[in-house]
Ligand binder design. Structure first.
Ligand SMILES: C[S@@+](CC[C@H](N)C(=O)[O-])C[C@H]1O[C@@H](n2cnc3c(N)ncnc32)[C@H](O)[C@@H]1O
Length: 310
């Protein structure tokens, strides 16, 4: 696939189908690639490999895209989104040879701890998508973060720690690495290996699963009024229904905002009239990742319609 055509992707449905169709002897992901220099360097060293970068910052995506266009590598893909969810949602089981993370934001405050990679959810995702023998390489300037990762990540039954190296020599120094070295900080390189098989929790889970047929007529817009403004969920997975609209074909759109540990998504549920009832699904133009809050919101809409039918 030529680089210029698919450089930046954010629609999860397209990502899943695109990734599953790609084959290469070596496949790696970089999380939080910043200006993209590390990913592009790795990609140029292994032209037979495929290199996927995941970033939450649009600015970084733009910078890395420019850099990629100037480079000759055609084996790089950039994805816009939160790696905590994309890794699990988009990559098949036991599929990646390596995951790299250079200088992640350390999120030092306790209330932001869920955003660190040292969460059980992230480590399970990592163990699910790595091949046996695959590695996770983490470089940080934060000694506390390094210690926490070194203790927590290998507590997973399939992962062992292979390397904890202060002040490593690295042929390529990233932008943040140079910055921290100039400031006199120490750098820590950690490598973890997946040494045993570990399956993804629910390989069938994903964007495809969110639809349900109901044997009741399509509701009138007024039946959905109780949803508008309704807030639900708990701190880590919350959602609110913002508004409802109906189009001339009688399709109802429910505007929904969800938040999972700070990862926000805005999208629409569609309620589509059918000859034998109605169908609830996510709108393809705004399809979200199936995070816990999205699943919760879907359940809310479905229950309201099922109850209304009785
Ligand atoms: C300190 S910068 C490091 C950038 C680059 N890796 C380097 O070493 O120069 C951290 C990067 O991680 C990105 N980031 C933070 N949280 C992320 C997440 N959950 N998913 C993807 N990228 C993330 C930020 O946007 C930022 O570009």
């Amino acid at each position: 696939m030529p680089l210029g055509e698919i450089l930046v992707k954010s629609d999860p449905h397209n990502l899943v189908s695109m990734i599953s169709g790609e084959h290469a002897p070596y496949k790696a992901v970089e999380i939080g690639f910043g200006n993209g220099e590390f990913l592009l360097q790795r990609a140029s060293e292994r032209p037979d490999g495929l290199f996927y970068g995941i970033e939450v910052s649009r600015n970084s995506i733009m910078k890395a895209t420019k850099r990629a266009k100037r480079s000759s590598s055609r084996n790089v893909r950039f994805f816009y989104g939160d790696a905590r969810f994309l890794l699990d949602e988009c990559f098949p089981e036991a599929w990646l040879d390596a995951v790299y993370m250079n200088f992640p934001c350390p999120w030092p405050k306790n209330r932001h701890a869920k955003r660190r990679v040292t969460t059980r959810y992230f480590v399970n995702s990592l163990a699910g998508v790595l091949k046996v023998g695959g590695s996770f390489e983490l470089v940080t300037d934060d000694p506390q973060y390094a210690e926490e990762a070194a203790a927590m990540i290998p507590s997973h039954p399939a992962i062992v720690i292979d390397l904890f190296e202060p002040d490593p020599f690295r042929s390529l120094r990233t932008k943040y690495e140079k910055k921290w070295l100039e400031a006199g900080k120490r750098i820590f390189l950690l490598r973890f290996i997946k040494e045993k098989p570990f399956g993804k929790k629910d390989p069938k889970k994903g964007v495809i699963g969110l639809h349900k047929s109901l044997g009741r007529p399509c509701p009138a817009l007024s039946e959905l009024a109780p949803l508008v403004g309704k807030r639900a969920g708990q701190r880590e997975a919350r959602w609110v229904f913002r508004d409802c609209f109906v189009n001339p074909s009688g399709v109802i759109l429910v505007e929904t905002l969800t938040s999972d540990e700070g990862f926000e998504q805005t999208f629409f549920f569609r309620i589509v009239p059918r000859s034998d009832g109605c169908l609830i699904k996510t709108d393809p133009a705004t399809r979200p990742f199936t995070t816990p809050s999205v699943a919760g919101a879907f359940k809310d809409v479905t229950s309201l319609l099922e109850d209304g039918a009785q």
